[in-house]
Design a protein around this ligand. Structure first.
Ligand code: FES
Length: 258
């Protein structure tokens, strides 16, 4: 069940250009059920600032800790970036449906594809798939070498390819270039990143399942404001609309109309 909780900062550090890794502790961490879920979060001292939706990057229920990785770009995320150990945060969650890790059996191959700030929720996903005996591979795309994060963490779980737009680290080009160029084969693909990247992956998936985390600017995160609607296929009416915050953020490719 989701809840609002006062959580405490136990670590906060910069891990790439404008990217921060923030770990908090509290009972709410025990309630996270699936990778790909998110929380709504703001510093308690931030006054009237709205909570920001941020996906959960890793969770340790036993230690009651969860970690989010975010880009500091607006007032809400800059306030989070400035938090210090011991600060109190106002956290609402966990929210969202999460990735269906049970769709792959032990021994199956999962291709996990992330772009930029879409990468963080894929780490907990990969950990949980690997724990089920699924062979995980990762292709992670960034703008430049100074934007790369979690390369070692992903590499510890399975083969990991890095692509950068300017070629300053790993492959020069896009994640789809790596997948095609390396001839990667898989039983299911999981992805989170910019909409054009997700569209390109959907176009190349063939008959394999592809699960997408749709990142949109969210308002209420409760299904009330319609800030986050996405078009989906509907058997009766042709198309229908779903709210990413309440019905997602994970959708299966083929369901979403880009
Ligand atoms: Fe308000 Fe989704 S954020 S309906």
């Amino acid at each position: 069940m989701m809840r609002v909780e006062r959580m405490t900062v136990v670590a906060n550090r910069s891990i790439a250009r404008n990217i921060f890794e923030l770990t908090v502790t509290g009972e709410l961490a025990r309630r996270v059920q699936a990778p790909g879920q998110f929380v709504h979060i703001r510093p308690e001292a931030a006054g009237t600032l709205l909570r920001r939706p941020i996906s959960i990057c890793r969770v340790d229920g036993d230690q009651k800790r969860l970690t989010v990785v975010f880009r500091a770009e607006g007032s809400g995320t800059k306030a989070l970036a400035a938090c210090r150990v011991g600060d109190a945060l106002d956290v609402f969650g966990p929210l969202g449906n999460g990735f269906p890790t049970d769709r792959l059996a032990s021994g199956a191959h999962a291709l996990i594809v992330g772009g930029g700030i879409g990468v963080p929720p894929l780490y907990e996903l990969s950990k949980r798939l690997a724990a089920r005996g699924v062979a995980v591979m990762h292709v992670l795309g960034f703008r430049s070498a100074c934007d790369v994060f979690y390369e070692d963490a992903f590499s510890a779980l399975g083969p990991t390819w890095i692509a950068t737009e300017d070629g300053s680290r790993g492959f020069k080009g896009r994640v789809t270039d790596v997948i095609a160029g390396e001839g990667l084969r898989y039983d299911a693909m999981f992805a989170c990143g910019p909409r054009p990247m997700l569209q390109a992956l959907a176009a190349m998936r063939g008959d394999k399942p592809l699960f997408l985390s749709l990142e949109e600017r969210m308002g209420c995160a409760l299904g009330a404001c319609f800030a986050c609607v996405v078009r989906v296929k509907d058997d009766e009416t042709g198309t229908a609309y779903r709210k990413i915050c309440a019905d997602g953020p994970i959708f299966e490719a083929g369901e979403v109309v880009f």
